[in-house]
Design a protein around this ligand. Sequence first.
Ligand code: SF4
Length: 406
Amino acid sequence: MWGEFALINQGCRLNIAESQKIIEELQKKGWVLKSPESASVIIINSCAVTHRAESDFRKLVRKIRRKNPEGRIIAIGCLVDFNEDEASMADLYLKNSEKLSLPDLLESAGNETDIKRWKARGFLKVQEGCDLGCTYCIIPKLRGRSKSVPLRDIENRMEEFMKVGYEEVVITGIHLESYGRDLGDKEGFLRLLKFLERYFPEVRFRISSLDPRYLTSELLDYILYAPHIMPSFHLSFQHYSNKILRRMGRGTNKGFMKILERIKTANPYAGVGTDFIVGFPGEDEDDFRKLLDFAEQAPLTYFHVFSFSPRPGTKAAELKPSVPERIMGERSRILRELAEDKKRSFLSSLVGMEIEGTVIREGEALLENYVVLNFVHSGIPSGKRDKFLITENKRGYVEGKPLQNK
Ligand code: SF4
């Protein structure tokens, strides 16, 4: 599950001290320390003192890939500075000068789980903490109340991004619609989006995640029609049964379907995704059926399925009755299969279309609607934007060709 990490230390005492600091910082941000076999992010604090250290690193990366193919590996430490080629076996590597910023980087990336995409785009953290109280979530306890980054600081960060040359910026935060409330501004997030449109019109912004309960009509309309915001929606529904939503401390499903219909009416090719938690305590067959019906009928283009796992210190960890592992596994499987079907049919509906995207690495772009496109590499540098013609749908991605930089 995203938010769970492992850290393997290969080096000297200095590395151990720094690893400790990174672990503490991540835990303060709500990340949970797990084993390398089960974590979503595995950090290797590497060493380059001997030749053996390099081969140990190689072996370790292979072993992790074998045991945890879904895990994302991040290399930090001396090997990165001395042998970038070797370090590039990892999904992401950070030099010694950058490594202590790793906890912030992981936090800023929000729910963007493909870390290979991080370097091609700017991640603009505008808020942290949360005033809400979802029963399964430890963030309010660990990070405190919502705290917004003042516009002045956001402007400075954007200026830095402009110098780097980012053409796409992802707006991230724990609960974006809370932006500005601590500053006494109820329309804060909408005002922030207008501010970014006014002062950085050349940038295309992607909103990392929105809470459907706080998505006002005015905010949704603005996002749907603002030229600088991409049609890429990640809406945190979590479930659809009102009984379970209440147990989660997330109210009811009122308005969920309406929001989705409005998005799809405005832009049938918008990317619309969500996360579902399966096996929350008390989830019975009827609750699961409600969730499944919603997932089938809703115009979602992708969704992630997480099996409930209790986080110590949260109310949900005390809730009963728990759903047996076997049933939880079966429900997750059913939903994941549905997710694959829905994605496949969405991707095939895109063939023949022209859609803009950002090149995230050689021969790969992330389209505005959050679809990954592969193309024959034509020298377009990572981070640049282009328009792509979609020629074929494949499993989990599409193929196409760039139209402006042929
Ligand atoms: S909205 Fe809920 S899940 Fe999200 S950070 Fe706040 S308490 Fe946690």
